[in-house]
Design a protein around this ligand. Structure first.
Ligand code: NAD
Length: 432
């Protein structure tokens, strides 16, 4: 099938590559001309495992194209543009409507719009009305995306479920054909109405955020009671009704989706005149988490004013270059506000895209060891595998870290080994 993906960001790029792998001929459109030029000429403007290789292959096979313009014969449009939220949870749908306007300006009636962007409950049906008011007639289907950055292509090709929210069976038939290779793998195909599909997406993220926030709260209780956080997570996660994912504990949830989707869902409750008591509590708990972590760091270091603190990991999770809503950045902001001096390192972050209020007090490095220069302590904020392979023996022997304090916000280092090497090691659920 010939498919157009509109908005080639983290979701759009994977959708385009994934659909081309499924055998479709895919055209990716974005208004960002530089991004398209980077996609065409390399390197890929965003980092996701194995994607560059796949793009090269699919491009050579003529299954994947990118451009800033639509093609005349395009009829099936996956909309994957950003849907940012303000603090009160209002979602800015301007990019989505702008994309729709640009499509209806050329496409004849009868096109299919698949909304993959995460949108507030009721948006797809509002788009149907919008199209009617414009005197055009196209089908609108909600097809939310559940991929995780860092595993995005795998998740696209092996989703736990495909959710389709459609009001007519003709669309369902097209989508059955479109996703047939995945249906052959017996991936559950959930057909429902557009409103329910939209709610499934945001409710799923709300459940995940709840799980993370509750585990983080329990981690604080572990510190006080000397219970073992690792064993607690395992013991809870082995219960099949709960499951092991999202139970590791950490500095708080972040990224471009969980905080936004919870705020948006919470707002939907409000708009429909219902009180959600749980969602605002989850947001509050997560915001407190960053302050709590910084208070603990301050206590461990006996104050942080004018002290250099090295911090490994700026992305919101490992295996992505995405720093949007990253807990690391929230923690850095709070450390800077207390006049700490930050040395930051991340294997994939594009440092020039980061902005800080206290610019002079933050410096980024391209090498993990150099980052430690003159630092009082090292904070590990993101769970990149490479941090486990750093030569801490050498760091200790050469005295690279001034006070030999390591604060592991992801519990990824081997506590016994690090302590044997002579570091004061602080980890979640025990000291933080
Ligand atoms: N990032 C994730 O892990 C993830 C997972 C599931 C769902 N989602 C949802 O998917 C959507 C996209 O997220 P993202 O992280 O890929 O966003 P993104 O910001 O990385 O990408 C959005 C892209 O859309 C482009 N764009 C904006 N307006 C456009 C227009 N009128 N025409 C063409 N292109 C346009 C932008 O230039 C940008 O490249 C959001 O609604 C998000 O909530 C994201």
């Amino acid at each position: 099938m010939y498919i157009t993906v509109v908005g080639i960001g983290y979701v759009g790029l994977i959708t385009a590559v994934g659909l081309a792998i499924l055998g479709h001929t895919v055209h990716g459109v974005d208004i960002d001309a530089q991004k398209i030029a980077d996609l065409l000429n390399g390197p890929c403007p965003l980092y996701e495992k194995n994607v560059q290789k796949k793009i090269n292959y699919l491009y050579a096979k003529k299954l994947l194209h990118f451009g800033t313009h639509y093609r005349r014969h395009d009829r099936i449009f996956f909309l994957t543009v950003g849907t940012p939220a303000s603090q009160d949870g209002t979602i800015d749908l301007t990019p989505l409507y702008a994309a729709i306007d640009s499509i209806i300006a050329f496409v004849p009636n009868g096109a299919l719009f698949l909304i993959k962007s995460t949108v507030p409950v009721g948006t797809s049906r509002k788009i149907v009305h919008y199209l009617r008011e414009k005197n055009v007639c196209h089908a609108v289907v909600s097809n939310p995306e559940f991929l995780r950055e860092g595993n995005a292509l795998y998740d696209f090709l092996n989703p736990d479920r495909i959710v389709i929210g459609a009001d007519n069976t003709h669309c369902t038939a097209i989508l059955t054909k479109l996703y047939q290779p995945l249906l052959n793998k017996k991936i559950p195909f959930l057909l429902t109405d557009p409103t329910t599909a939209e709610l499934i997406k945001q409710a799923s993220n709300a459940f995940l955020a709840n799980k993370i926030a509750l585990l983080n709260e329990l981690s604080d209780l572990c510190v006080q009671t000397k219970a073992d956080l690792g064993a607690l997570s395992l013991g809870i996660g082995l219960d099949k009704r709960i499951g092991e994912a999202y139970l590791k504990g950490g500095p708080g949830f972040g990224g471009s989706c969980l905080p936004k989707d919870i705020r948006s869902l919470s707002r939907s409750f409000h708009q429909y005149g219902i009180a959600s008591h749980i969602l605002p509590a989850v947001i509050t708990a997560n915001n407190h988490r960053f302050t709590y972590i910084v208070n603990r760091i301050t206590a461990i270091l006996g104050g942080i004013k004018n002290k250099i603190i090295a911090l490994y990991g700026l992305t919101f999770k490992a295996d992505t270059d995405d720093t949007r809503g990253s807990p690391s950045l929230s923690i850095i902001e709070l450390l800077l506000a207390q006049k700490a001096i930050i040395h930051g390192y991340d294997p994939k972050t594009k440092y020039d895209l980061l902005t800080y209020n206290e610019k002079g007090s933050i410096k980024f490095f391209s090498n993990p060891e150099e980052t430690l220069c003159e630092a009082e302590a090292l904070i590990i904020a993101t769970e990149w595998d490479m941090f486990q392979n750093i030569d801490f023996e050498k760091i200790k022997t050469k005295g690279m870290l001034k006070s030999n304090i390591i604060i592991d916000l992801r519990n990824i280092l081997n506590k016994n080994l690090i302590q044997q090497q002579g570091f004061s090691y602080y980890c979640l659920g025990r000291d933080i």
